[in-house]
Design a protein. Sequence first.
Length: 329
Amino acid sequence: MTEDIFGVEKLSDDLKKSAGLLTASQARYLVDYYYKIQDDRIRAAGQVRSSEAEEPIDWIDFVYRQLFALENRIKSALGIYSLSTELGHWSRSITGIGPVLSAGLLAHIDITKTAHPGSLWRLAGLDPTSKWIGSDAAKKLVAEKIASRGKVSKQEIRDLAVMSNRNPVLLEKMAVSYNKKDGDTKVTTTNLAKALARRPWNAQLKVIQWKIGESFVKVQGKKGGKFYGEFYAQRRALEEARNDDMLNEVEALAKAKTVGKSTDAYKSYSLGKFPPGHLYSRSKRWVVKLFLSHYHHVAHEIHYGKPPERPWIITHGGHSDFIPPPNWR
């Protein structure tokens, strides 16, 4: 196609310059929109492939081409944005982390608000102890644990945070954000319940970390992809050995009660073992947590001028090791 009525075939110099000046909010929007367009483009391509030979597909093909062009233009813009910082350059040096994933990390992670790797794992939805309880359960918990209906004390906020496995400082800040008047710092049971009901992780960042894990598995055989790829392979071998030794029996049998009995997964769970898909997900999450620990380390050193005071530790091969970030000083 030679004509592009939507003007998405080429980024102008002004748009290229603007891409390097995107705010975090704008970058988050573009990353999210990129994946939506990608899904639509894939569906359009499927529609073109499934059409019968005699069926006219001009408009479907036209839509597919426009989506493909816009998808790539947004990718180019996010590539410029991701290379506008030292942290973006480092993440792009990792095989499997392209312009969109790198831009997503930059846009969603604020190192000043993630004191340690654990807080980053939680933000990305990788803390299994972090539960989303929802509105009804939050209201019930607040009503049961806090007798007053006026201002809630800081001690009550801390107690409730401990019970719900939440950060008391962030929980209080979130509750205050629901006050209608600027400068009003009072926490009431109503806005505390609203804060408690909110999802305790970043949904978009959770999607990004999942995509990173998929990418690491795909590139493990490519040049430059061996670092995280080899750690994934090692972790997968460890998980399979644990599974064969029946070390997952209690958890697997409990899981068997939550899945359909006609599924392949049930066959494994009912025998006290995790199915292959479960082992794949566990191994992939482990290597993503390793990468996010590296990301935190590099981000901290860039922002504060020094590495974290207490280096992150991750269990590996039966013992705890500090694994330094690749491609970093």
